[in-house]
Design a protein around this ligand. Structure first.
Ligand SMILES: NC(=O)c1ccc[n+]([C@@H]2O[C@H](COP(=O)([O-])OP(=O)(O)OC[C@H]3O[C@@H](n4cnc5c(N)ncnc54)[C@H](OP(=O)(O)O)[C@@H]3O)[C@@H](O)[C@H]2O)c1
Length: 280
């Protein structure tokens, strides 16, 4: 299989390139393809004719998206549309990464693929617009929503991942105060990359949720990080009101991998198991 990875130097892209190392991989970074420009997208796939394109590229800094609405939609909606149109013309399947932030967090049980999205912020709205552009313009698509990514490569849009930030702070402070009223599923990029590899070979196009299994608050996640690191730093659960933000975030954005499970393809381990694997 010949796979093109857009955003190949990003946190998830780096892991996808590694997981497909025994196949033919075309790694595309922003100097090779600017997804918001249709001419650049056409040029990138004029010579390279992959069997599938995996798009991880996104403008994903939630605070910046709020301030730079036009850019958020340009990259996350128009970028997705450009890929969809060019790949549809060439009959190349597109696997596109989306987010749990398409939901408003009011549900009290894990969101399934057929739950109605209702984003609370510009990032979520622009990612949902991207999903819809792909659904309307690319017949061979997989849309994979995920959440709380961490991996060994840094997130280019946001910097160090949550784990590394907690570990760094635990060395500077005797007490950490972490929000306990935002619940999600932290997801290890290595697991997600392996899941994507399994999915992309099925030809079963559609919308998928793919996160590690289980859920926790940011506080519970940080507590487990400190435990695994053997840190004695005290950790205290606090309300998100303690950290006022210009951006509204869903209080509960746990996703159920229902579609994957229905085709017997849910390969995602429990989040605690994956976090321990990350530490190894
Ligand atoms: N990180 C999370 O916690 C999280 C949670 C849920 C969903 N997601 C989704 O997962 C995907 C991957 O995220 P990630 O953590 O791997 O992010 P990342 O490390 O910031 O990687 C994003 C990649 O996109 C590239 N890119 C950005 N704008 C582009 C443009 N206009 N044209 C071409 N390439 C562009 C970046 O390249 P440059 O840096 O060179 O611009 C980078 O390689 C995204 O779709 C994101 O929405 C992430």
């Amino acid at each position: 299989m010949k796979i093109a990875v857009v955003g190949a130097n990003g946190q998830l892209g780096t892991e996808i390139v590694k997981v497909f190392a025994d196949e033919i991989v075309i790694s595309l970074i922003q100097s090779d393809i600017e997804i918001s420009e249709i001419g650049s997208v056409k040029k990138a796939f004029a010579k390279n004719q992959p069997d599938v394109v995996i798009n991880t590229a996104s403008f994903l800094n939630v605070e910046l998206c709020e301030r730079e609405r036009e850019k958020a939609f340009l990259v996350n909606e128009t970028g997705a549309l450009n890929l969809a149109m060019v790949l549809e013309e060439q009959k190349i399947p597109l696997l596109h990464i989306s987010t749990d932030y398409v939901f408003d967090g009011l549900k009290k049980s894990p969101y399934e693929e057929n739950d109605t999205p209702n984003p609370l912020n510009v990032y979520g709205a622009s990612k949902l617009a991207g999903e819809r552009a792909i659904q309307a313009n690319c017949s061979r698509h997989y849309i994979v929503r995920t959440s709380g990514l961490y991996g060994h490569a840094p997130c280019l849009g946001k910097g160090a991942n949550f784990i590394e930030k907690i570990l760094a702070r635990s060395k500077e402070k005797s007490e950490l105060r972490v929000v306990d009223d935002e619940v999600l599923t932290p997801t290890y990029t290595l697991d997600l990359a392996r899941q994507i590899r399994a999915l992309v070979k099925t030809g079963g196009y559609g919308l998928y949720h793919a996160t590690n299994n289980g859920s926790c608050s940011w506080f519970e996640f940080a507590r487990e990080v400190l435990r695994l690191a053997g840190s004695s730093t005290r950790i205290v659960p606090v309300s998100s009101k303690e950290y006022p933000s210009e951006v509204r975030r869903p209080a509960y954005s746990v996703l159920s991998n229902s579609h994957l499970a229905s085709i017997d393809l849910d390969r995602m381990p429990q989040w605690q198991e994956s976090l321990a694997a990350y530490f190894e």
